[in-house]
Design a protein around this ligand. Structure first.
Ligand code: ADP
Ligand code: TYD
Length: 203
C-alpha cells in the first residue's frame, strides 16, 4: 500500500506522516517512511538543488524536470522495491505537490506536469491525506522552523492560498484516493483520524 501526505507548507504533513508510520509499526505493519523531493540518495542530491538558493534560481519548466527526475529515482530505488517487498510506503509529498507548486505557476504548466507524469511516473498513491489548513496558520508554523530550505515558503500568502484551493480541487476530482483532513486541530486528534482512515483502507 502506497500512502501520501499533501498540503501547503506548515500544514503538519511531516508530523502526521511520522505519527502514522509509528502507529502502523506498533500495529505490526512493515512500514517505510520517505519524502519528496528526496527519498533516495540521488533524489536527495536533487533536493538540495531545488530547495536552496534564490527564488528565481530555476524556471518553472526546469523545476518540473528536476522534481520529476527526483521522483523517478525515488520510485525506482525506494518506492517500487518496498512495495514489491510487501511494505507499506508512506511518502511526505508526491506528484500532487508538483501539480500545485509548479503547475499553478503558468497557464500551460499543469498540462506539462501531467504529460511528464504520464510519461515518466505513471502511478498514483492508493490513499492521499490532504492536510488542509489556513495558509496564515501554515506559514506561521513553517516560519517557526527551518533555515535554508525556504525557496517555496517565501512565495507568500496569496500563492499559498491558491495552492490550498488547488489541492482541494484535486481532492474533489479524485474522491476515492483523497481524504481531506482538517489540519487546524491538535496533532493527537488529527493522528487518530488519519490512523482510523488508514486502517479502514488496509483492512
Ligand atoms: P509540514 O511538513 O506540512 O511543513 P510539519 O509537520 O513540519 O509541517 O509542521 C510544521 C510545524 O508545526 C512544526 O513545528 C510542527 O511541530 C508544528 N505542528 C505540526 N502539527 C501541528 C498541529 N496539529 N498543531 C500545532 N502545531 C503543529
Ligand atoms: P517539504 O520539505 O515538504 O516542505 P514543508 O515541510 O515546508 O512542506 O517540501 C519542500 C518544498 O518543496 C515545499 O515548499 C514544496 C516544494 N515542492 C515542490 O515545489 N514541488 C514538488 O514536486 C515537491 C515534492 C515539493
Amino acid at each position: 500500500m502506497f500512502l501520501t501526505f499533501e498540503g501547503i507548507d506548515g500544514s503538519g504533513k511531516s508530523t502526521q506522516a511520522r505519527r502514522l508510520a509509528d502507529a502502523l509499526r506498533k500495529a505490526g505493519h512493515d512500514v517505510i517512511l520517505t519524502r519528496e523531493p528526496g527519498g533516495s540518495p540521488g533524489a536527495e542530491e536533487i533536493r538540495r538543488l531545488v530547495l536552496e538558493g534564490d527564488a528565481d534560481r530555476w524556471s518553472p519548466e526546469t523545476e518540473i524536470l528536476l522534481f520529476t527526475a527526483a521522483r523517478r529515482d525515488h520510485l525506482e530505488r525506494t518506492i517500487r522495491p518496498a512495495l514489491g517487498a510487501g511494505q507499506v510506503v508512506i511518502s511526505d509529498r508526491f506528484a500532487d505537490s508538483t501539480r500545485m507548486y509548479q503547475g499553478l505557476r503558468g497557464p500551460d504548466l499543469r498540462q506539462t506536469v501531467d504529460r511528464l507524469h504520464d510519461l515518466m511516473i505513471g502511478v498514483e498513491p492508493d490513499l492521499t491525506f490532504l492536510i488542509d489548513i489556513d495558509p496564515a496558520l501554515g506559514l506561521s508554523r513553517a516560519k517557526g522552523r527551518h533555515g535554508h530550505e525556504e525557496r517555496f515558503e517565501d512565495m507568500g500568502l496569496p500563492m499559498q492560498a491558491r495552492m490550498r484551493a488547488g489541492f482541494l480541487d484535486l481532492a474533489r476530482a479524485a474522491p476515492d484516493r483523497f481524504r481531506v483532513i482538517d489540519g487546524s486541530r491538535d496533532a493527537d486528534r488529527i493522528a487518530a483520524e488519519v490512523l482510523t482512515l488508514t486502517l479502514a483502507t488496509l483492512a
